[in-house]
Design a protein. Structure first.
Length: 139
C-alpha cells in the first residue's frame, strides 16, 4: 500500500483530515520537514495551515509544531468563537485546569470557551476551529 503524500492538502471540514495526520504520527517527525509554508507564531511555535474554507475564511485546520523549549506563555489566553477541536499527535498539552492531554487525545472545546494551553516537551497538534481565534487580554 502506498503512503499518502503529506504535502497534499486534504479536503476541508472532514474529520478524515485528523485521521490523515494521525496516521503520520507513528512515522515520527520527518513528514513535517517536507511541508512548506510554516509560519512562526510564537517563541518556539510554528504553524502550518493545512485547510481553510473559501466561504468561511475564519475556519481553519492547522498543525502546530511546538518545540520542547517553548515558554509556557507561547500560547496566550484565547477563545474560539466557533469552538475548537484538537488532536495531540506527539507530546502533550496541559489545559488551564491542569488536565494533561497526551498523544492520541482529541479534545473538543465549545464555542466561546477560553483557554490557555501549554505544551509538555516537543508537541505536535492538529487544530480545527470554526470561526477563528481571539486573544484575551490578561486580567
Amino acid at each position: 500500500m502506498s503512503e499518502p503524500d503529506p504535502t497534499t492538502r486534504p479536503p476541508f471540514a472532514s474529520f478524515n483530515v485528523l485521521s490523515f495526520f494521525y496516521s503520520y504520527s507513528s512515522q515520527g517527525q520527518p513528514w513535517l520537514d517536507g511541508l512548506t509554508g510554516w509560519k512562526i507564531v510564537g517563541e518556539g511555535v510554528r504553524m502550518w495551515v493545512t485547510a481553510k474554507s473559501e466561504s468561511q475564511p475564519r475556519c481553519r485546520i492547522v498543525v502546530f509544531d511546538i518545540s520542547a523549549d517553548a515558554p509556557e506563555e507561547a500560547f496566550g489566553s484565547h477563545t474560539h468563537p466557533g469552538g475548537e477541536c484538537f488532536l495531540v499527535l506527539e507530546g502533550a498539552i496541559v489545559d488551564e485546569c491542569g488536565t494533561t492531554h497526551e498523544a492520541g487525545s482529541m479534545v473538543m472545546m465549545p464555542p466561546g470557551s477560553k483557554h490557555h494551553p501549554r505544551a509538555i516537551g516537543h508537541t505536535i497538534i492538529v487544530v480545527a476551529w470554526g470561526n477563528g481565534i481571539e486573544m484575551v487580554t490578561p486580567e
